[in-house]
Design a protein around this ligand. Structure first.
Ligand SMILES: Cc1cc2nc3c(=O)[nH]c(=O)nc-3n(C[C@H](O)[C@H](O)[C@H](O)COP(=O)(O)O)c2cc1C
Length: 378
């Protein structure tokens, strides 16, 4: 019978020093492994970014390829959390833009208001790209029976001055340099109008700016105090290059001016940052800007949300063409009680604020990625 009490002989006795050495080696390998996973030298965000944003628009190709190009340009539009909540279907000379409800943001956007604004932005890009390809584009907005945007293309030569600005536009979240946007440039922004019940108000004086900043700060405090909002935000943050390149959607940290970090560290950092810190950062960014701009709509329904998106995209492209940067600070339009307070403060009557943004001059940041047209075509 075997003596079960006999110790198994160990060929290399593990001294304390060796034990410490083994632990150190395991630790270094784990750190190197993590670093390699977070910063793999074979991945190149810049190359992918360049491919998405600087591949020239190909006109004059056969019709199916042209439709694909028009759709590719539509996907360069902004969207809440870069969810890209759209699908496209081509039927002859008609393009349908459909909501992708699997990409909803139930915590920050429970009524899909910003989802439809995002589709409005995509519609505006699609219209400009169609014009550049030699088509007039007539949009039919959704009805209670038909929940999509239908765009009918017909051959026509139309000017499209904002088209060239599409690959340069970005929601620029950097700290701006405080320089004032010249009044003739402000006039260009004011001249971007809609006759669909959408209005813009621009504030460059400190008194109005500071009042609106208070609503923005209250919005941050409310949102970052809500675990559902924070969890949803974290699920759309791409904390490092591999994550950003894998999904080609969401909010990549470097596009907000922050470095790449492993996911576990980014999550921990975000969860530990207080609502007060977020509010202070937003206020600092707003104060670094030349002005604030609020877009409001006469009614709060799908048609007006789409028209809001269309107007916003024209505004953003106009600013891009004039070398003016802009970024959203939508918190007061997203938190219901703040939205009605802002409505009263801006004396909007029954109209409601839809989007709040800042504008000014600041350094460019990397562009966010987009999924390829093949991923959004149905
Ligand atoms: C309807 C809508 C709401 C948005 N809300 C915010 C916001 O509150 N804060 C913010 O920093 N960006 C906001 N964005 C900007 C998106 O995050 C941005 O468009 C997306 O990350 C893609 O980046 P890009 O616009 O630079 O291409 C919003 C965009 C849209 C269309």
């Amino acid at each position: 019978m075997k003596d079960t009490q006999t110790p198994i002989p160990c060929s290399v006795p593990l001294t304390r020093r060796k034990f410490v050495g083994v632990i150190a080696a395991v630790g270094v390998s784990a750190v190197l492994g993590e670093a390699l996973l977070t910063y793999p030298p074979w991945l190149d965000y810049g190359k992918q970014e360049q491919r998405i944003w600087t591949t020239p628009f190909r006109t004059g190709a056969a019709v199916p390829a042209q439709m694909r190009e028009i759709i590719r340009y539509a996907t360069l539009a902004p969207s809440g959390h870069n969810t890209q909540p759209w699908k496209f279907a081509v039927q002859g000379d008609t393009i349908h833009i459909l909501p992708d409800l699997s990409r909803r943001l139930p915590a920050v956007d429970p009524r899909d208001r910003e989802l439809w604004i995002s589709l409005g932005c995509a519609l505006e890009n699609l219209t400009l790209a169609a014009n550049a390809a030699g088509y007039a584009a007539e949009a039919t907005l959704p009805t209670p029976e038909v929940d999509l945007i239908r765009v009918q293309l017909t051959r026509s030569a139309l000017p499209c001055p904002l088209f060239e600005a599409i690959p340069y536009r970005q929601n620029n979240r950097s700290l701006y340099d405080g320089r004032v946007v010249a009044s003739d440039e402000i006039k260009k922004i004011e001249a971007v109008r809609s006759n669909a019940g959408i209005t813009t108000q621009i504030f460059t004086d400190n008194s109005h700016k500071e009042s609106i900043i208070e609503y923005i700060k209250s919005g941050d405090r409310k949102q970052f105090g809500d675990p559902a909002f924070v969890a949803e935000l974290i699920s759309w943050i791409r904390f490092n290059q591999p994550e950003a390149l894998r999904s080609r959607d969401g909010l990549y940290t470097r596009c907000t001016g922050s470095p790449d970090v492993p996911r576990w560290l980014g999550r921990r950092f975000l969860a530990a940052s207080t609502a007060g810190q977020q509010a202070d950062t937003s206020a600092q960014k707003a104060r670094s800007s030349s002005g604030l701009l609020v877009i409001s709509a006469a009614q709060d329904d799908k048609q007006h949300w789409i028209e809001t998106g269309r107007l916003y995209e024209r505004l953003a492209l106009t600013m891009t063409a004039a070398d003016i940067q802009g970024a959203f600070l939508n918190q007061p339009a997203e938190v219901p009680e703040l939205r009605s307070q802002l409505q009263s403060y801006l004396q909007l009557g029954t109209a409601l604020p839809q989007l709040v943004l800042r504008f000014g001059h600041g350094p460019a940041l990397p562009h966010s990625l987009r999924r390829p047209a093949s991923d959004v075509l149905v």
